[in-house]
Design a protein around this ligand. Structure first.
Ligand SMILES: [Zn+2]
Length: 219
């Protein structure tokens, strides 16, 4: 099951090891564009070395986690500090890419709202509606790569071009594949693939929850 899921999309993302911060962009400044725009806030990376990771291993239910975030600067910044900016492109390539440096808060909020709306429809079993809205609006960006090489057979891989696109794929997977359903851990904000009797995302959470319960009983 796990190997099969990996084959569907090979995806790595990157997070700045020095973290991210919120900055204000004053109205109409910061570019040579002739039109003016109102001020807004964005999240900018601090410019440390990249750490690459695989979202599917780090947090299998990352799309659900993102969709559950409250639309506040703190919550979004915390997510970005752990997983990187979701809407940027060409992360960690050798050439410096200005589009991997920052992302407006409002773009992140919109991403959260879109995913949450669709996940709510999935949970309400309105799958036809999800299908239509997904195809009309989400349009995740992908590329095709040839994986394998060395001793492995070459094979086609679908590679999302951003964390947003990866999360959209995860959502699509929930409505197109049998037995793919995520549930929320009873101890933390992680989502994991549903298995019978499984209530926690990890052993750590299971132990922590039992310990908490033990303490409650003693009080
Ligand atoms: Zn947990």
């Amino acid at each position: 099951m796990k190997a099969e899921r990996k084959n569907l999309f090979e995806f790595q993302w990157a997070v700045d090891q020095d973290g991210y911060e919120i900055e204000k962009v004053p109205p109409g400044s910061g570019s040579t564009l002739v039109y003016s725009y109102p001020g807004y806030r964005q999240i900018r990376r601090r410019g440390g070395p990249w750490k690459h990771y695989r979202p599917v291993e780090e947090d299998p239910g990352i799309a659900r986690r993102f969709a559950c975030l409250p639309e506040t600067p703190d919550a979004v910044l915390q997510f970005v500090n752990r997983y990187g900016l979701p809407g940027t492109s060409a992360l960690g390539t050798s050439a410096p890419d200005p589009w991997s440096e920052f992302e407006p808060l409002e773009d992140l909020y919109r991403g959260i709202r879109n995913l949450r709306f669709l996940f709510d429809l999935i949970d309400a079993d309105k799958r036809q509606q999800v299908l239509e809205l997904f195809n009309q609006h989400l349009k995740p960006r992908m590329t095709i790569r040839i994986g394998g090489g060395g001793t492995k057979k070459p094979h086609l891989e679908v590679a999302p071009l951003s964390l947003n696109s990866f999360m959209a794929l995860q959502l699509a997977e929930e409505i197109t594949r049998k037995n793919v359903r995520y549930v929320l851990c009873e101890n933390c904000p992680s989502w994991f693939l549903h298995r019978r009797h499984k209530r926690f995302c990890s052993n750590t959470c299971r132990v922590a929850a039992h310990r908490k319960k033990g303490l409650e009983n003693k009080q």
